[in-house]
Ligand binder design. Structure first.
Ligand code: ARG
Length: 627
């Protein structure tokens, strides 16, 4: 059972709507519960009657009246009567104080009263997805933190969660860099043991350059007869590129056939990439490990089978020598290419095999991909093709849900894609270093009493937390502008503000220990002779507002789980922190008028602390004691 008043009222209004309108009720009709803007009208309102009246050709107030006559909410809301209907047909609710106190008591536990499903379903989250021989750049920040936040929300709701980082570790470009490095190690120019990711990236770029032929330029030169010199230059370049490409192809064949030295080189490149990626994810406090990494190479033995299966069942058809899956019936004009005319497989072929593995081997009921929105068409095609082929079918015969949680780009302060001055992608590592450095300065200013050691811990948590929070609090599908100044501010909807709000609450408890002599056990306890016994009072509007806000946590987690939008959680937590701040100004806690109201308020602080702590943990942001 949920403890969120909005969810409880929502269910009750739905039941009443079904009873009132029966078969006439339009499918998907929602209870539309929202917080009341004006406390005069109670705590919540249902806006359901307006669209319902319209759909049924009935005055909305009459629709509201019909709902009201079937509504059973007396156990949690004040009795409803004619005056509960306001304006064009809002139904207003004011929660009963005793119900509010009881719900609040139920969420004052370490798991916040969130029930685990008896038979949990499985979600597979595709996140991170770095590529071999390349550093993590700012784009991977989003794929990592958004994916991890979605995974954490589902974990908190009791699902089985499988994380998959779809490492780009196969194909011609990878073979190219493998070949180049193998050549240099054989020649004794470099040693595999001493290679760093930066070295690999340099080799990658060099290899890429060698292979990029200006065939277009050559056409232009020929067409406009730009002279033998221009033609010769370009011809040489194109020939060089063709040679590089041919070499890469032979390296790929060597890799495929298990040539020892080639495979060893490739494996070393892969190890270096993965260990650096895991290290950065660890710094990010994002749960992505080597076990979560399933490279494209892990599908290579499955691709041939997938393609011949598609071919044999007529799901894929020939087109100009290539094999494609047509998707017109899903409203997608562009067919999905699964085998090139030269026989090679593609990114999409691997993703089809991945859907199959994730649904059929991992038991995924829901597959979510935290990937850049520029891959939208790719995922639309892959999802439609996977369903067409039956690869998304679960044991119960229904298709798993396949969702692309697409995200926008990170922009620089000039509103253009975030790049270094020389036009390269910004390495995530240097971004985090700078955030931590800046946080260190800010923390030094704010709290000069911290020891160097303490400050290092705080600065790392604040700097990295600020970067993550800025990302997660932005509307997922939109682009956002990366600004150190904004994200590191201690005021406003930022990571540091929320971390600080929690620190403030924790310092109340420390003061309760040191100044009032209350023991930690008593403060943390749930049973008799502990704070858990205190009766909530909620007499002050600020206390009531805080209680209502805290109770909304569970519903917000459900909303994030439905929408795959972590910013709903950040917005909620920010409101919780500001509501707490208002409460703390209006209602003295340790200096409350008497002991029972002091304990009641302390307990309200404890619930808020628990929600904030859980919220930050769900976002993957470190909760601090001091800062
Ligand atoms: N490596 C890919 C890239 O850099 C991202 C992988 C996304 N996941 C997937 N299943 N395709 O674009």
């Amino acid at each position: 059972m949920t403890h969120d008043p909005i969810e409880i009222l929502s269910e009750r209004v739905q039941v009443a709507m079904r009873a009132a309108f029966g078969d006439q009720l339009p499918s998907g009709a929602d209870a539309l519960i929202a917080s009341s803007r004006n406390p005069k009208f109670g705590d919540f309102q249902s806006n359901a009657a307006m669209p319902l009246g319209k759909a049924l050709g009935m005055p909305p107030r009459e629709a509201a009246q019909k709902i009201l006559s079937h509504l059973e909410v007396d156990d949690i809301a004040e009795p409803l009567d004619e005056t509960s209907i306001a304006g064009p047909g809002f139904i207003n609710f004011r929660l009963r104080d005793d119900a509010l106190r009881e719900l609040l008591g139920q969420i004052d536990t370490t798991d916040l009263g969130i029930e685990r499903p008896a038979s949990p379903r499985t979600i597979v989250v595709d996140l991170c997805g770095v590529n071999l021989a390349k550093q993590m750049h700012v784009g991977h920040l989003r794929a990592t933190v958004i994916g991890d936040a979605i995974a954490r929300v589902y974990e908190r709701l009791g699902w089985n969660v499988v994380r998959q980082s779809h490492l780009g570790d196969w194909g011609l470009p990878i073979a190219m860099v493998t070949g180049a490095i193998k050549e240099k190690t054989t020649a004794g120019e470099i040693s595999l043991d001493d290679l760093s990711l930066a070295d690999l990236e340099r080799e990658y770029r060099a290899a890429q350059q060698r292979s990029s032929a200006d065939t277009r330029g050559l056409e232009v030169v020929r067409k406009f007869d730009l002279g033998p010199k221009a033609a010769a230059e370009l011809e040489e370049q194109v020939a060089g590129a063709e040679e590089a490409l041919a070499e890469a192809k032979s390296t790929l064949v060597a890799l495929q056939s298990g040539d020892e030295a080639t495979v060893a080189t490739w494996r070393r490149i892969s190890d270096i990439t993965i260990s650096e990626c895991v290290h950065i994810c660890d710094r990010l406090h994002s749960n992505v490990t080597a076990e979560h990494t399933a490279g494209e190479s892990t599908y290579r033995s499955e691709l041939g089978g997938v393609v011949s299966d598609l071919d044999e069942r007529g799901i894929a058809v020939e087109s100009d020598g290539a094999l494609v899956v047509k998707l017109d019936e899903s409203g997608i004009k562009e067919p999905l290419l699964v085998r090139k005319s030269d026989g090679g497989f593609l990114y999409a072929t691997t993703d089809l095999a991945a859907v199959k593995r994730r649904v059929q081997d991992f038991g995924g009921d829901l597959l979510v991909y935290a990937v850049d929105s520029r891959q939208s068409l790719h995922f639309k095609q892959v999802f439609a093709a996977a369903k067409k082929a039956g690869y998304a079918k679960r044991p119960n015969g229904e298709d798993a849900d396949l969702v692309h949680a697409a995200f926008g780009s990170v922009l620089g302060e000039d509103n253009r894609p975030f790049k270094t001055r020389s036009g390269e992608n910004v390495a995530l590592k240097s971004l985090l270093d700078e955030a931590v450095e800046r946080a260190d300065r800010a923390v030094r200013e704010k709290n000069p009493d911290l020891t160097d050691e303490e400050r290092a811990v705080v600065a790392a948590a604040v700097g990295v937390g600020a970067v993550k929070y800025a990302d997660l609090s932005s509307d997922r599908v939109k682009d956002y502008v990366f600004s150190f100044d904004r994200m590191l501010a201690f005021e406003g909807n930022t990571g540091p503000y929320l971390q600080y709000a929690l620190v403030r609450i924790r310092s109340i408890f420390r003061k309760a220990e040191s100044d009032l002599g209350l023991s930690r056990d008593w403060l943390d306890g749930d049973g008799v002779n502990s704070l858990g016994e205190a009766e909530f009072e909620l007499a002050e509007p600020a206390e009531r507002a805080l209680a209502l806000q805290a109770l909304g946590y569970e519903g917000v987690l459900h909303a994030v789980a439905r929408s795959f939008e972590p910013h709903r959680l950040t917005t909620y937590l920010y409101e919780l922190a500001t509501t707490f701040s208002t409460f703390f100004e209006a209602c003295p806690v340790l200096k409350a008028p008497d002991e029972s109201s002091r304990n009641a308020r302390l307990r309200l602080c404890r619930v808020t602390e628990r929600v904030l702590e859980s919220g930050l943990e769900t976002l993957g942001i470190v909760a601090l004691e001091k800062m």
